[in-house]
Design a protein around this ligand. Structure first.
Ligand code: HEM
Length: 528
Protein backbone atom coordinates (compact mmCIF):
# COMPACT_ATOMS: atom_id res chain seq x y z
CA UNK A 1 0.00 0.00 0.00
CA UNK A 2 1.48 3.39 -1.01
CA UNK A 3 1.90 6.11 1.53
CA UNK A 4 -0.66 8.30 -0.31
CA UNK A 5 -3.27 5.52 -0.55
CA UNK A 6 -2.98 4.70 3.14
CA UNK A 7 -4.02 8.20 4.02
CA UNK A 8 -7.72 8.60 4.61
CA UNK A 9 -9.55 10.48 1.82
CA UNK A 10 -9.54 14.22 2.22
CA UNK A 11 -12.73 15.46 3.79
CA UNK A 12 -15.22 16.45 1.10
CA UNK A 13 -13.53 14.34 -1.62
CA UNK A 14 -16.59 12.63 -3.05
CA UNK A 15 -14.90 11.29 -6.21
CA UNK A 16 -15.60 7.62 -6.97
CA UNK A 17 -12.97 5.11 -5.92
CA UNK A 18 -10.91 3.49 -8.68
CA UNK A 19 -11.71 -0.20 -9.24
CA UNK A 20 -10.59 -2.92 -11.60
CA UNK A 21 -13.05 -4.58 -13.99
CA UNK A 22 -14.04 -7.11 -11.33
CA UNK A 23 -15.25 -4.26 -9.13
CA UNK A 24 -12.38 -4.65 -6.64
CA UNK A 25 -11.13 -1.38 -5.18
CA UNK A 26 -7.62 -0.38 -6.22
CA UNK A 27 -5.62 0.68 -3.16
CA UNK A 28 -2.35 1.35 -4.97
CA UNK A 29 -2.22 2.45 -8.59
CA UNK A 30 1.43 3.53 -8.44
CA UNK A 31 3.36 0.37 -7.46
CA UNK A 32 2.92 -3.21 -8.64
CA UNK A 33 3.26 -6.09 -6.18
CA UNK A 34 6.87 -7.21 -5.71
CA UNK A 35 8.91 -9.26 -3.28
CA UNK A 36 10.54 -6.41 -1.42
CA UNK A 37 10.68 -2.84 -2.73
CA UNK A 38 13.30 -3.68 -5.44
CA UNK A 39 11.50 -6.75 -6.89
CA UNK A 40 11.21 -9.33 -8.38
CA UNK A 41 7.57 -8.99 -9.47
CA UNK A 42 5.01 -11.72 -8.96
CA UNK A 43 2.76 -13.20 -11.64
CA UNK A 44 -0.38 -13.50 -9.52
CA UNK A 45 -0.68 -9.71 -9.50
CA UNK A 46 -4.21 -9.65 -10.97
CA UNK A 47 -4.70 -5.89 -10.84
CA UNK A 48 -1.48 -5.16 -12.74
CA UNK A 49 -2.09 -7.91 -15.32
CA UNK A 50 -5.66 -6.80 -16.01
CA UNK A 51 -4.62 -3.19 -16.45
CA UNK A 52 -1.69 -3.85 -18.79
CA UNK A 53 -3.40 -6.62 -20.79
CA UNK A 54 -6.41 -4.42 -21.46
CA UNK A 55 -4.10 -1.62 -22.54
CA UNK A 56 -2.33 -4.03 -24.92
CA UNK A 57 -5.68 -4.57 -26.66
CA UNK A 58 -6.90 -0.95 -26.75
CA UNK A 59 -6.75 -0.76 -30.53
CA UNK A 60 -8.92 -2.71 -32.92
CA UNK A 61 -7.85 -3.04 -36.56
CA UNK A 62 -8.42 0.26 -38.29
CA UNK A 63 -10.80 0.29 -41.26
CA UNK A 64 -9.10 -1.02 -44.41
CA UNK A 65 -10.35 2.17 -46.07
CA UNK A 66 -11.80 5.34 -44.49
CA UNK A 67 -9.66 4.80 -41.36
CA UNK A 68 -9.64 8.44 -40.24
CA UNK A 69 -13.06 9.86 -39.53
CA UNK A 70 -15.22 11.80 -37.14
CA UNK A 71 -18.72 11.12 -35.83
CA UNK A 72 -21.51 13.50 -34.82
CA UNK A 73 -25.19 13.10 -33.98
CA UNK A 74 -28.38 14.92 -34.87
CA UNK A 75 -31.70 14.36 -36.56
CA UNK A 76 -33.30 14.19 -39.98
CA UNK A 77 -36.56 16.08 -40.49
CA UNK A 78 -38.77 14.94 -43.36
CA UNK A 79 -40.83 17.21 -45.65
CA UNK A 80 -43.35 14.40 -46.26
CA UNK A 81 -42.97 15.19 -49.94
CA UNK A 82 -40.84 14.54 -53.00
CA UNK A 83 -40.81 18.08 -54.35
CA UNK A 84 -44.53 19.02 -54.49
CA UNK A 85 -45.91 15.48 -54.50
CA UNK A 86 -46.68 13.33 -51.47
CA UNK A 87 -43.63 11.13 -50.98
CA UNK A 88 -45.93 8.13 -50.36
CA UNK A 89 -46.62 8.01 -54.10
CA UNK A 90 -43.08 6.66 -54.52
CA UNK A 91 -41.90 5.15 -51.24
CA UNK A 92 -43.59 3.65 -48.21
CA UNK A 93 -40.43 4.16 -46.08
CA UNK A 94 -41.92 5.52 -42.87
CA UNK A 95 -39.16 8.02 -42.03
CA UNK A 96 -40.07 10.15 -45.09
CA UNK A 97 -43.87 10.23 -44.72
CA UNK A 98 -44.95 12.97 -42.28
CA UNK A 99 -43.95 16.64 -42.65
CA UNK A 100 -41.78 17.55 -39.66
CA UNK A 101 -41.21 13.90 -38.68
CA UNK A 102 -37.82 13.53 -36.95
CA UNK A 103 -35.43 10.56 -37.09
CA UNK A 104 -32.24 10.50 -34.97
CA UNK A 105 -29.04 10.13 -37.01
CA UNK A 106 -25.34 9.43 -36.51
CA UNK A 107 -22.96 10.57 -39.24
CA UNK A 108 -19.34 9.68 -39.88
CA UNK A 109 -17.25 11.84 -42.19
CA UNK A 110 -13.94 10.39 -43.29
CA UNK A 111 -10.96 10.41 -45.62
CA UNK A 112 -10.30 7.21 -47.56
CA UNK A 113 -6.68 6.26 -48.07
CA UNK A 114 -4.62 7.35 -45.04
CA UNK A 115 -4.40 5.60 -41.66
CA UNK A 116 -6.43 6.66 -38.65
CA UNK A 117 -3.97 9.45 -37.70
CA UNK A 118 -3.42 10.71 -41.27
CA UNK A 119 -3.98 14.24 -42.57
CA UNK A 120 -7.52 15.50 -43.09
CA UNK A 121 -6.21 17.95 -45.70
CA UNK A 122 -5.19 15.15 -48.10
CA UNK A 123 -6.40 15.04 -51.69
CA UNK A 124 -8.77 12.13 -51.26
CA UNK A 125 -12.51 11.45 -51.60
CA UNK A 126 -14.39 12.13 -48.37
CA UNK A 127 -16.77 9.58 -46.86
CA UNK A 128 -20.27 10.78 -45.95
CA UNK A 129 -22.00 7.95 -44.06
CA UNK A 130 -25.33 8.52 -42.31
CA UNK A 131 -27.07 6.06 -39.98
CA UNK A 132 -30.80 6.77 -39.55
CA UNK A 133 -32.25 5.17 -36.40
CA UNK A 134 -35.78 4.79 -37.82
CA UNK A 135 -38.90 3.32 -36.25
CA UNK A 136 -38.48 0.38 -38.66
CA UNK A 137 -34.85 -0.27 -37.70
CA UNK A 138 -31.68 1.24 -39.09
CA UNK A 139 -31.00 2.68 -42.52
CA UNK A 140 -27.42 3.48 -43.58
CA UNK A 141 -26.75 5.81 -46.52
CA UNK A 142 -23.01 5.34 -47.14
CA UNK A 143 -21.80 7.92 -49.64
CA UNK A 144 -19.00 10.26 -50.67
CA UNK A 145 -18.53 13.94 -51.55
CA UNK A 146 -17.67 13.53 -55.25
CA UNK A 147 -20.89 12.02 -56.69
CA UNK A 148 -19.16 9.27 -58.67
CA UNK A 149 -16.53 6.53 -58.18
CA UNK A 150 -13.38 5.25 -59.95
CA UNK A 151 -14.82 1.89 -61.04
CA UNK A 152 -18.18 0.32 -61.76
CA UNK A 153 -17.59 -3.34 -60.84
CA UNK A 154 -16.90 -4.38 -57.24
CA UNK A 155 -14.41 -7.01 -58.47
CA UNK A 156 -11.94 -4.19 -59.13
CA UNK A 157 -12.19 -2.56 -55.68
CA UNK A 158 -9.10 -4.18 -54.06
CA UNK A 159 -7.04 -3.17 -57.13
CA UNK A 160 -8.10 0.47 -57.21
CA UNK A 161 -7.46 0.73 -53.46
CA UNK A 162 -4.05 -0.99 -53.70
CA UNK A 163 -3.00 1.50 -56.39
CA UNK A 164 -4.01 4.43 -54.18
CA UNK A 165 -2.58 3.06 -50.91
CA UNK A 166 1.16 3.26 -50.12
CA UNK A 167 3.57 1.11 -52.16
CA UNK A 168 4.01 -2.26 -50.37
CA UNK A 169 7.80 -1.72 -50.15
CA UNK A 170 8.48 2.01 -49.95
CA UNK A 171 5.20 2.62 -48.03
CA UNK A 172 4.73 5.90 -49.89
CA UNK A 173 1.73 6.87 -51.99
CA UNK A 174 3.26 6.81 -55.48
CA UNK A 175 1.67 8.76 -58.37
CA UNK A 176 3.31 6.32 -60.79
CA UNK A 177 1.30 3.41 -59.36
CA UNK A 178 -1.95 5.39 -59.17
CA UNK A 179 -1.82 6.54 -62.78
CA UNK A 180 -0.57 3.16 -64.01
CA UNK A 181 -3.85 1.65 -62.77
CA UNK A 182 -6.04 4.60 -63.83
CA UNK A 183 -4.51 4.66 -67.32
CA UNK A 184 -5.86 1.11 -67.76
CA UNK A 185 -9.24 2.05 -66.23
CA UNK A 186 -11.00 4.55 -68.52
CA UNK A 187 -14.14 4.60 -66.36
CA UNK A 188 -12.08 6.43 -63.71
CA UNK A 189 -11.78 9.65 -65.80
CA UNK A 190 -14.90 11.33 -64.39
CA UNK A 191 -13.77 10.69 -60.81
CA UNK A 192 -10.20 11.84 -61.59
CA UNK A 193 -11.39 15.19 -62.99
CA UNK A 194 -13.28 15.71 -59.74
CA UNK A 195 -10.56 14.45 -57.43
CA UNK A 196 -7.67 16.45 -58.90
CA UNK A 197 -9.69 19.68 -59.11
CA UNK A 198 -10.08 21.73 -55.90
CA UNK A 199 -13.17 19.62 -55.05
CA UNK A 200 -10.67 16.85 -54.22
CA UNK A 201 -9.72 18.72 -51.02
CA UNK A 202 -12.88 20.02 -49.28
CA UNK A 203 -12.18 22.92 -46.90
CA UNK A 204 -13.62 20.84 -44.03
CA UNK A 205 -16.50 18.41 -43.40
CA UNK A 206 -19.14 21.12 -42.89
CA UNK A 207 -18.62 22.64 -46.34
CA UNK A 208 -19.04 19.67 -48.61
CA UNK A 209 -21.83 17.85 -50.42
CA UNK A 210 -22.69 14.21 -49.92
CA UNK A 211 -23.86 11.72 -52.53
CA UNK A 212 -25.22 8.19 -52.27
CA UNK A 213 -23.30 7.55 -55.56
CA UNK A 214 -24.85 4.14 -56.19
CA UNK A 215 -28.37 3.75 -57.55
CA UNK A 216 -31.01 2.51 -55.12
CA UNK A 217 -34.75 1.88 -55.37
CA UNK A 218 -37.84 3.27 -53.72
CA UNK A 219 -40.95 1.04 -53.34
CA UNK A 220 -44.49 2.26 -52.61
CA UNK A 221 -47.45 0.54 -50.96
CA UNK A 222 -48.51 -0.99 -54.29
CA UNK A 223 -45.12 -2.61 -54.79
CA UNK A 224 -44.16 -0.16 -57.58
CA UNK A 225 -40.44 0.62 -57.75
CA UNK A 226 -38.39 3.61 -58.95
CA UNK A 227 -34.63 4.05 -59.37
CA UNK A 228 -33.25 6.82 -57.12
CA UNK A 229 -30.04 8.70 -56.33
CA UNK A 230 -29.43 10.75 -53.16
CA UNK A 231 -27.66 14.13 -52.75
CA UNK A 232 -26.92 16.08 -49.54
CA UNK A 233 -26.49 19.86 -50.04
CA UNK A 234 -24.80 21.78 -47.17
CA UNK A 235 -26.67 24.90 -45.99
CA UNK A 236 -23.16 26.18 -45.07
CA UNK A 237 -22.14 26.25 -48.76
CA UNK A 238 -19.36 24.30 -50.51
CA UNK A 239 -15.73 25.32 -49.99
CA UNK A 240 -12.55 23.71 -51.28
CA UNK A 241 -8.79 24.09 -50.86
CA UNK A 242 -6.01 24.31 -53.41
CA UNK A 243 -3.02 22.02 -52.92
CA UNK A 244 -1.07 24.97 -51.48
CA UNK A 245 -3.84 25.89 -48.99
CA UNK A 246 -3.95 22.26 -47.89
CA UNK A 247 -0.16 22.07 -47.51
CA UNK A 248 -0.22 25.12 -45.26
CA UNK A 249 -2.93 23.64 -43.04
CA UNK A 250 -1.40 20.20 -42.70
CA UNK A 251 2.00 21.68 -41.84
CA UNK A 252 0.55 22.53 -38.44
CA UNK A 253 -2.63 20.47 -38.04
CA UNK A 254 -3.57 17.05 -39.43
CA UNK A 255 -7.04 17.08 -37.87
CA UNK A 256 -8.46 20.46 -38.89
CA UNK A 257 -11.76 19.08 -40.27
CA UNK A 258 -12.68 17.12 -37.13
CA UNK A 259 -11.74 20.14 -35.02
CA UNK A 260 -13.90 22.43 -37.14
CA UNK A 261 -16.95 20.15 -36.84
CA UNK A 262 -16.48 19.48 -33.13
CA UNK A 263 -16.07 23.16 -32.28
CA UNK A 264 -19.01 24.29 -34.43
CA UNK A 265 -21.30 21.85 -32.61
CA UNK A 266 -19.90 22.82 -29.17
CA UNK A 267 -20.63 26.51 -29.81
CA UNK A 268 -24.18 25.76 -31.04
CA UNK A 269 -23.50 26.54 -34.71
CA UNK A 270 -25.23 23.39 -35.93
CA UNK A 271 -24.47 22.38 -39.51
CA UNK A 272 -27.37 21.37 -41.78
CA UNK A 273 -27.73 19.51 -45.06
CA UNK A 274 -30.81 19.23 -47.31
CA UNK A 275 -31.45 15.80 -48.78
CA UNK A 276 -32.51 15.70 -52.45
CA UNK A 277 -33.64 12.67 -54.42
CA UNK A 278 -33.44 12.14 -58.20
CA UNK A 279 -35.77 9.54 -59.64
CA UNK A 280 -36.40 7.57 -62.82
CA UNK A 281 -38.60 4.61 -63.68
CA UNK A 282 -37.22 1.18 -62.83
CA UNK A 283 -36.07 -0.06 -66.22
CA UNK A 284 -32.98 -0.05 -68.44
CA UNK A 285 -33.66 3.32 -70.10
CA UNK A 286 -32.41 2.46 -73.59
CA UNK A 287 -32.96 6.11 -74.60
CA UNK A 288 -29.95 7.18 -72.48
CA UNK A 289 -26.37 6.84 -73.76
CA UNK A 290 -25.26 5.80 -70.25
CA UNK A 291 -26.52 3.17 -67.86
CA UNK A 292 -28.59 4.23 -64.81
CA UNK A 293 -26.79 1.52 -62.79
CA UNK A 294 -23.32 2.94 -63.56
CA UNK A 295 -21.77 4.69 -60.53
CA UNK A 296 -19.22 6.54 -62.73
CA UNK A 297 -22.13 8.65 -64.01
CA UNK A 298 -24.26 11.40 -62.54
CA UNK A 299 -27.87 11.88 -63.63
CA UNK A 300 -28.16 15.28 -65.41
CA UNK A 301 -30.20 17.59 -63.20
CA UNK A 302 -32.11 19.15 -66.11
CA UNK A 303 -33.52 15.70 -67.00
CA UNK A 304 -33.80 14.23 -63.50
CA UNK A 305 -34.60 17.08 -61.17
CA UNK A 306 -33.32 16.62 -57.60
CA UNK A 307 -36.26 17.17 -55.24
CA UNK A 308 -36.16 17.93 -51.53
CA UNK A 309 -37.23 15.22 -49.07
CA UNK A 310 -35.82 16.51 -45.77
CA UNK A 311 -33.06 18.22 -43.79
CA UNK A 312 -30.40 16.88 -41.43
CA UNK A 313 -29.11 18.91 -38.47
CA UNK A 314 -26.04 17.89 -36.42
CA UNK A 315 -26.23 19.09 -32.82
CA UNK A 316 -24.28 16.66 -30.59
CA UNK A 317 -20.71 15.41 -30.38
CA UNK A 318 -19.60 11.93 -29.40
CA UNK A 319 -18.81 11.12 -25.79
CA UNK A 320 -16.14 8.51 -26.60
CA UNK A 321 -14.12 8.39 -29.82
CA UNK A 322 -13.38 4.66 -29.68
CA UNK A 323 -16.87 3.43 -28.83
CA UNK A 324 -18.70 5.71 -31.21
CA UNK A 325 -16.22 6.36 -34.04
CA UNK A 326 -13.96 3.30 -34.24
CA UNK A 327 -16.79 0.86 -33.58
CA UNK A 328 -19.60 2.43 -35.59
CA UNK A 329 -20.38 0.20 -38.55
CA UNK A 330 -22.17 1.31 -41.71
CA UNK A 331 -23.21 -0.82 -44.66
CA UNK A 332 -25.08 -0.49 -47.93
CA UNK A 333 -27.14 -3.57 -47.05
CA UNK A 334 -28.76 -1.77 -44.13
CA UNK A 335 -32.08 -0.62 -45.65
CA UNK A 336 -35.61 -0.29 -44.25
CA UNK A 337 -38.96 -1.26 -45.75
CA UNK A 338 -39.73 0.97 -48.75
CA UNK A 339 -36.04 1.31 -49.75
CA UNK A 340 -34.26 -1.31 -51.83
CA UNK A 341 -31.08 -2.21 -53.77
CA UNK A 342 -30.68 -1.81 -57.49
CA UNK A 343 -28.63 -4.27 -59.56
CA UNK A 344 -25.70 -1.79 -59.67
CA UNK A 345 -22.66 -4.14 -59.74
CA UNK A 346 -20.75 -2.03 -57.24
CA UNK A 347 -23.61 -1.93 -54.78
CA UNK A 348 -23.92 -5.70 -54.55
CA UNK A 349 -20.17 -6.03 -53.83
CA UNK A 350 -20.25 -3.26 -51.25
CA UNK A 351 -23.19 -4.87 -49.51
CA UNK A 352 -21.17 -8.05 -48.89
CA UNK A 353 -17.96 -6.22 -48.00
CA UNK A 354 -19.11 -3.91 -45.19
CA UNK A 355 -20.59 -6.46 -42.79
CA UNK A 356 -17.83 -8.93 -43.70
CA UNK A 357 -15.07 -6.50 -42.65
CA UNK A 358 -17.01 -5.43 -39.54
CA UNK A 359 -17.31 -9.02 -38.29
CA UNK A 360 -13.52 -9.17 -38.55
CA UNK A 361 -12.70 -5.61 -37.49
CA UNK A 362 -15.10 -5.13 -34.59
CA UNK A 363 -16.25 -8.70 -33.93
CA UNK A 364 -19.13 -11.05 -34.76
CA UNK A 365 -21.45 -9.28 -32.31
CA UNK A 366 -20.73 -5.76 -33.59
CA UNK A 367 -24.46 -5.20 -34.02
CA UNK A 368 -25.04 -5.59 -30.26
CA UNK A 369 -23.06 -2.41 -29.55
CA UNK A 370 -25.33 0.53 -28.65
CA UNK A 371 -23.96 2.67 -31.52
CA UNK A 372 -24.91 0.03 -34.09
CA UNK A 373 -28.10 -1.48 -32.73
CA UNK A 374 -31.50 -0.04 -33.64
CA UNK A 375 -32.67 2.45 -31.03
CA UNK A 376 -36.40 2.52 -31.70
CA UNK A 377 -37.43 -1.09 -32.31
CA UNK A 378 -36.74 -4.20 -30.26
CA UNK A 379 -34.42 -6.80 -31.79
CA UNK A 380 -35.88 -10.31 -31.74
CA UNK A 381 -33.60 -12.85 -33.41
CA UNK A 382 -32.80 -16.47 -32.60
CA UNK A 383 -29.08 -15.66 -32.78
CA UNK A 384 -26.93 -16.35 -29.74
CA UNK A 385 -23.31 -16.89 -28.83
CA UNK A 386 -20.15 -15.66 -30.50
CA UNK A 387 -17.35 -13.65 -28.97
CA UNK A 388 -18.40 -10.77 -26.72
CA UNK A 389 -22.07 -11.67 -26.77
CA UNK A 390 -24.06 -10.11 -23.95
CA UNK A 391 -27.73 -9.69 -23.13
CA UNK A 392 -30.43 -11.63 -24.91
CA UNK A 393 -32.71 -10.61 -27.74
CA UNK A 394 -36.40 -10.26 -27.01
CA UNK A 395 -37.16 -13.66 -28.54
CA UNK A 396 -34.87 -15.51 -26.15
CA UNK A 397 -36.02 -13.42 -23.17
CA UNK A 398 -39.63 -14.41 -23.79
CA UNK A 399 -39.05 -18.01 -24.93
CA UNK A 400 -35.76 -19.23 -23.48
CA UNK A 401 -36.19 -22.78 -24.82
CA UNK A 402 -37.43 -22.00 -28.34
CA UNK A 403 -34.44 -20.51 -30.18
CA UNK A 404 -35.70 -21.79 -33.54
CA UNK A 405 -38.55 -21.01 -35.93
CA UNK A 406 -41.11 -22.34 -36.85
CA UNK A 407 -42.43 -23.82 -33.64
CA UNK A 408 -45.89 -24.83 -32.49
CA UNK A 409 -45.03 -24.21 -28.83
CA UNK A 410 -43.98 -20.55 -28.99
CA UNK A 411 -40.96 -18.61 -30.11
CA UNK A 412 -40.80 -15.90 -32.73
CA UNK A 413 -43.01 -15.72 -35.81
CA UNK A 414 -42.48 -14.19 -39.25
CA UNK A 415 -43.67 -10.64 -39.97
CA UNK A 416 -46.86 -10.21 -41.98
CA UNK A 417 -45.93 -7.64 -44.60
CA UNK A 418 -44.30 -9.21 -47.63
CA UNK A 419 -44.31 -7.62 -51.07
CA UNK A 420 -40.94 -8.69 -52.46
CA UNK A 421 -42.52 -11.08 -54.93
CA UNK A 422 -44.40 -8.27 -56.66
CA UNK A 423 -41.70 -5.61 -56.64
CA UNK A 424 -39.55 -4.53 -59.57
CA UNK A 425 -39.16 -5.74 -63.13
CA UNK A 426 -38.74 -9.43 -63.95
CA UNK A 427 -35.15 -10.35 -64.79
CA UNK A 428 -33.91 -12.85 -67.36
CA UNK A 429 -30.37 -13.39 -68.59
CA UNK A 430 -27.48 -15.74 -69.08
CA UNK A 431 -24.71 -16.10 -66.52
CA UNK A 432 -21.87 -14.07 -67.95
CA UNK A 433 -18.83 -11.89 -67.27
CA UNK A 434 -19.33 -8.77 -69.35
CA UNK A 435 -18.94 -5.03 -69.16
CA UNK A 436 -22.16 -3.01 -69.34
CA UNK A 437 -22.89 -2.04 -72.97
CA UNK A 438 -23.18 1.76 -72.49
CA UNK A 439 -19.81 2.58 -70.90
CA UNK A 440 -19.47 6.13 -72.34
CA UNK A 441 -16.43 6.86 -70.14
CA UNK A 442 -15.41 10.28 -71.44
CA UNK A 443 -18.54 12.38 -72.02
CA UNK A 444 -19.34 13.37 -68.44
CA UNK A 445 -15.64 13.74 -67.55
CA UNK A 446 -15.30 16.29 -70.41
CA UNK A 447 -18.52 18.06 -69.40
CA UNK A 448 -17.30 18.29 -65.83
CA UNK A 449 -14.01 19.84 -67.00
CA UNK A 450 -15.84 22.43 -69.10
CA UNK A 451 -18.00 23.38 -66.09
CA UNK A 452 -14.99 24.24 -63.91
CA UNK A 453 -14.12 27.89 -63.29
CA UNK A 454 -10.84 29.08 -64.87
CA UNK A 455 -8.89 28.90 -61.57
CA UNK A 456 -10.22 25.38 -60.96
CA UNK A 457 -9.09 24.29 -64.43
CA UNK A 458 -5.62 25.76 -63.75
CA UNK A 459 -5.44 23.87 -60.46
CA UNK A 460 -6.58 20.59 -62.08
CA UNK A 461 -4.05 20.83 -64.92
CA UNK A 462 -1.25 21.72 -62.50
CA UNK A 463 -2.11 18.75 -60.26
CA UNK A 464 -2.28 16.31 -63.17
CA UNK A 465 1.02 17.54 -64.64
CA UNK A 466 2.86 17.50 -61.29
CA UNK A 467 1.79 13.95 -60.49
CA UNK A 468 1.55 12.24 -63.88
CA UNK A 469 5.05 13.48 -64.79
CA UNK A 470 6.29 11.09 -62.06
CA UNK A 471 4.83 8.07 -63.89
CA UNK A 472 6.45 6.01 -66.66
CA UNK A 473 6.37 7.55 -70.12
CA UNK A 474 3.89 4.92 -71.40
CA UNK A 475 1.51 5.73 -68.53
CA UNK A 476 1.83 9.46 -69.29
CA UNK A 477 0.98 8.87 -72.94
CA UNK A 478 -2.05 6.72 -72.14
CA UNK A 479 -3.38 9.26 -69.60
CA UNK A 480 -2.98 11.97 -72.22
CA UNK A 481 -4.91 9.91 -74.77
CA UNK A 482 -7.77 9.57 -72.29
CA UNK A 483 -7.72 13.32 -71.57
CA UNK A 484 -7.95 14.11 -75.28
CA UNK A 485 -10.92 11.75 -75.50
CA UNK A 486 -12.54 13.77 -72.67
CA UNK A 487 -11.82 17.28 -73.93
CA UNK A 488 -9.41 18.86 -76.49
CA UNK A 489 -8.38 21.67 -74.17
CA UNK A 490 -7.74 19.35 -71.23
CA UNK A 491 -5.59 17.11 -73.46
CA UNK A 492 -3.66 20.04 -74.94
CA UNK A 493 -2.96 21.67 -71.58
CA UNK A 494 -1.83 18.49 -69.80
CA UNK A 495 0.18 17.53 -72.91
CA UNK A 496 1.94 20.88 -72.82
CA UNK A 497 2.80 20.39 -69.16
CA UNK A 498 4.14 16.88 -69.80
CA UNK A 499 5.96 17.87 -72.99
CA UNK A 500 4.06 15.32 -75.10
CA UNK A 501 2.25 16.32 -78.29
CA UNK A 502 -1.04 14.99 -79.67
CA UNK A 503 0.81 13.43 -82.61
CA UNK A 504 2.60 11.11 -80.18
CA UNK A 505 -0.59 9.68 -78.67
CA UNK A 506 -3.36 9.95 -81.25
CA UNK A 507 -2.71 6.51 -82.74
CA UNK A 508 -2.75 4.68 -79.40
CA UNK A 509 -6.28 3.34 -79.96
CA UNK A 510 -8.57 1.84 -77.33
CA UNK A 511 -7.32 -0.51 -74.61
CA UNK A 512 -7.84 -4.24 -75.07
CA UNK A 513 -10.35 -4.15 -72.21
CA UNK A 514 -12.26 -1.26 -73.69
CA UNK A 515 -15.13 -1.04 -76.18
CA UNK A 516 -15.68 2.48 -77.47
CA UNK A 517 -19.16 3.83 -78.14
CA UNK A 518 -19.92 5.18 -81.62
CA UNK A 519 -19.48 8.76 -80.41
CA UNK A 520 -16.12 7.86 -78.89
CA UNK A 521 -14.96 6.11 -82.08
CA UNK A 522 -15.88 9.21 -84.07
CA UNK A 523 -14.01 11.37 -81.58
CA UNK A 524 -10.96 9.11 -81.79
CA UNK A 525 -11.02 9.51 -85.58
CA UNK A 526 -11.11 13.28 -85.14
CA UNK A 527 -8.19 13.52 -82.73
CA UNK A 528 -5.65 15.77 -84.37
C1 HEM B 1 -15.83 2.09 -45.85
C2 HEM B 1 -15.63 -1.47 -49.07
C3 HEM B 1 -17.11 1.51 -52.55
C4 HEM B 1 -18.04 4.81 -49.18
C5 HEM B 1 -15.57 0.89 -46.45
C6 HEM B 1 -15.02 -0.25 -45.79
C7 HEM B 1 -14.97 -1.24 -46.69
C8 HEM B 1 -15.48 -0.74 -47.93
C9 HEM B 1 -14.46 -2.66 -46.47
C10 HEM B 1 -14.60 -0.29 -44.34
C11 HEM B 1 -15.82 -0.48 -43.49
C12 HEM B 1 -15.53 -0.69 -42.04
O1 HEM B 1 -14.43 -1.14 -41.71
O2 HEM B 1 -16.44 -0.43 -41.22
C13 HEM B 1 -16.06 -0.98 -50.28
C14 HEM B 1 -16.17 -1.75 -51.50
C15 HEM B 1 -16.56 -0.90 -52.48
C16 HEM B 1 -16.72 0.41 -51.88
C17 HEM B 1 -15.89 -3.23 -51.62
C18 HEM B 1 -16.81 -1.16 -53.93
C19 HEM B 1 -17.14 -2.33 -54.39
C20 HEM B 1 -17.50 2.65 -51.96
C21 HEM B 1 -18.17 3.73 -52.61
C22 HEM B 1 -18.41 4.66 -51.65
C23 HEM B 1 -17.93 4.17 -50.39
C24 HEM B 1 -18.56 3.78 -54.10
C25 HEM B 1 -19.11 5.97 -51.80
C26 HEM B 1 -20.32 6.04 -52.28
C27 HEM B 1 -17.53 4.34 -48.00
C28 HEM B 1 -17.58 5.08 -46.76
C29 HEM B 1 -16.92 4.30 -45.81
C30 HEM B 1 -16.50 3.11 -46.48
C31 HEM B 1 -18.22 6.43 -46.54
C32 HEM B 1 -16.66 4.67 -44.37
C33 HEM B 1 -17.80 4.25 -43.49
C34 HEM B 1 -17.50 4.69 -42.08
O3 HEM B 1 -17.40 5.92 -41.88
O4 HEM B 1 -17.37 3.84 -41.20
N1 HEM B 1 -15.84 0.58 -47.78
N2 HEM B 1 -16.41 0.32 -50.54
N3 HEM B 1 -17.38 2.94 -50.61
N4 HEM B 1 -16.89 3.15 -47.79
FE1 HEM B 1 -16.67 1.75 -49.16
Amino acid sequence: MSDEASESPAAGDDRSVLTNRQGHQVYDNQNQRTVGPRGPATLENYQFLEKISHFDRERIPERVVHARGFVAYGHFEATGKWGDEPVSRYTRARLFQEPGQRTPVAIRFSTVIGGHDSSEAARDPRGFAVKFYTEDGNWDLVGNNLAVFFIRDALKFPDVIHSLKPDPITFRQEPGRIFDFMSQTPESMHMLVNLFSPRGIPADYRHMQGFGVNTYKWCNMDGETQLVKYTWMPRQGVKSLTAQDAANIQATDTGHASKDLYEAIERGDYPRWDLYVQMMSDDEHPELDWDPLDDTKTWPEQDFEPKLVGTMTLDRNVSDHHNENEQIAFGTGVLVDGLDFSDDKMLVGRTFSYSDTQRYRVGPNYLQLPINSPQRVPVATNQSGGQMSYGRDLGLEQNPHVNYEPSITGGLREGRYQTEDIEGPELTGRLTRARIPRTNDYLQAGQRYRLLEPWEKDDLVLNFCTLISQADRKVQERMLWHFYMCDDELGARVGEGLGIGLAEVKDLGPLASQALTETELARMGNLG
